[in-house]
Design a protein around this ligand. Structure first.
Ligand code: NAP
Length: 209
């Protein structure tokens, strides 16, 4: 499955590093590819960077790793996504990390799905810090990665990708569960940045059986 990552910041580069280290090819899409040429070259031959539209055009699975404000225009930029998988790793953060700008009765992911005609939208890679996406290894076990989306096949493929890079990927069912996952991301952010726990922690699920 060909993978495009839109955005080459903290999350985009972290996922690109994790995927390429496991033998996946990735294309990063950004407005100004030259700005990221050096950083992407350092990831090795499995990664390349190009303009956003070219990256989207080449991929079966597209990961949105951009500020939430940029998602609407990207979703609308393709007239028909033709069943391709669109993974929403964003969070609709309010200014100053004061909370979320939308929620409870909808979610960022559902708003993206409304705009991305024909896309199979999956929410994933939004609930933990970028450092954990680059390297999910923890001494206590695998961090969890909740995944939701309305298409079972798309969800399963993203669960497989998250598992491949070291997460305990958890099937959260339909896309409306993003209404829980975006506030869950705020829990990590609040602990990390407001309560002073730093970024070197992750949530995991403990099971009796
Ligand atoms: N940071 C985390 O630990 C973390 C964890 C989970 C989820 N998230 C979410 O993931 C998203 C990305 O966060 P981040 O920390 O990676 O942000 P970031 O470091 O600011 O990177 C954002 C990237 O998106 C690019 N971009 C902006 N507008 C674009 C557009 N219209 N088309 C294509 N690319 C565009 C930027 O390019 P330019 O540099 O050229 O502007 C940049 O490469 C956010 O929604 C955030 O809430 C972040």
């Amino acid at each position: 499955m060909s993978i495009a990552i839109i955005g080459a910041g903290n999350v985009g580069m972290a996922l690109a590093r994790a995927f390429t280290q496991r033998g996946e090819d990735v294309v990063l899409g950004v407005p100004d590819p030259a700005k990221y040429a050096g950083a992407v070259a350092a990831l090795g031959p499995r990664a390349r960077v190009t303009a956003t539209a070219d990256a989207i055009g080449a991929a079966e699975l597209v990961i949105l790793a951009v500020p939430y404000a940029a998602t609407a225009s990207i979703a609308r930029s393709v007239a028909d996504w033709g069943g391709r998988i669109l993974v929403d790793a964003t969070n609709p953060l309010a200014p100053g990390l004061a909370g979320l700008s939308i929620g409870t009765t909808t979610s960022g992911a559902e708003e993206i799905a409304r705009l991305a005609q024909g896309a199979r939208v999956v929410k994933a890679f939004n609930t933990t810090g970028a450092e954990n996406m680059a390297d999910a290894a923890y001494p206590g076990g695998a961090p969890c990665m909740p995944v939701c989306g309305d298409d079972a096949d798309a969800r399963a493929r993203v669960i497989a990708l998250a598992t491949r890079i070291g997460f305990d990927a958890v099937d959260m069912g339909p896309l409306a569960a993003a209404r829980y996952l975006e506030p869950f991301a705020m829990t990590w952010i609040h602990l990390a940045l407001v309560q002073g726990h730093g970024r070197d922690f992750a949530f995991a699920i403990l099971r009796r059986h």
